[in-house]
Design a protein around this ligand. Structure first.
Ligand code: AMP
Length: 214
């Protein structure tokens, strides 16, 4: 199974991609996670990406295209993958088409998770996570906030810089200008499945599986 999971920041792509990755035994390729790991490890990629990410800006296309090409060419993707957070610009989508052609990847599905923007803002600014194991906490539900300890592993909980309210606003603006055209690109060139992203996690997973013909 080859899936491109599309949607605005905060629609739950990461959560659903992790679940689908287990269901289909395919790697979850989250460009955001890869960049955050690179920043943590202070690799050359991380050093390049940090300034952009901290301000809610997109990392330049050439960096992202090179990264995704390398990953999709690797052995771990040979039986499928789920792309989460890429492509985010039409240029990235066009480059992906070229990569698919080169690697002879066909029969991929593009799914858009749809959530009202007011709900997205509330969700993103409510999100905290553990620095050690990555577990996600929601302040409104779990009452965990920055500095608290993760109940699973004892790591320190923090809020991503890019989930702070000013940055969330900026990320959504960038989504509208740079990323929404990607949706139209797939509507026109490939076909895109729309899934309602409001509801319980399991409910949304069921909708996704149904759309994927599971
Ligand atoms: P995410 O976790 O997917 O919301 O990504 C977090 C941040 O990583 C984004 O706000 C961007 O700064 C950067 N990023 C992730 N994927 C991409 C991409 N495909 N193109 C450009 N920047 C990206």
């Amino acid at each position: 199974m080859k899936i491109i999971l599309f949607g605005a920041p905060g629609v739950g792509k990461g959560t659903q991609a992790k679940i689908l990755s287990h269901v289909y035994h395919i790697p979850h390729i989250s460009t955001g996670d890869i960049l955050r790991d690179a920043i943590k490890a202070e690799t050359p990629l991380g050093k390049k990406a940090k300034e952009y990410m901290d301000h809610g800006n997109l990392v330049p296309d050439d960096v992202m295209i090179g990264l995704v090409k390398e990953i999709l060419s690797s052995d771990r993707c040979k039986n499928g993958f789920i792309l989460d957070g890429y492509p985010r610009t039409v240029e990235q989508a066009e480059a992906l088409d070229a990569i698919f052609k080169e690697l002879q990847i066909t029969n991929y599905k593009v799914i858009n998770i749809d959530v009202d923007e007011k709900i997205i803002i509330a969700r993103l600014t409510d999100r905290y996570l553990c620095a050690q194991c990555g577990k996600i906490y929601n302040y409104s539900i779990d009452h965990f906030k920055s500095g608290d300890k993760c109940f699973k592993c004892g790591g320190t909980i923090y809020q991503r810089d890019d989930d702070k309210p000013e940055t969330v606003k900026k990320r959504l603006e960038i989504y509208h200008t740079a990323t929404e055209p990607v949706k139209r690109y797939y509507e026109k060139n490939h076909g895109i499945l729309n899934v309602n992203g409001i509801g319980e996690i399991e409910e949304i997973t069921q909708r996704l599986l149904q759309n994927l013909g599971h």
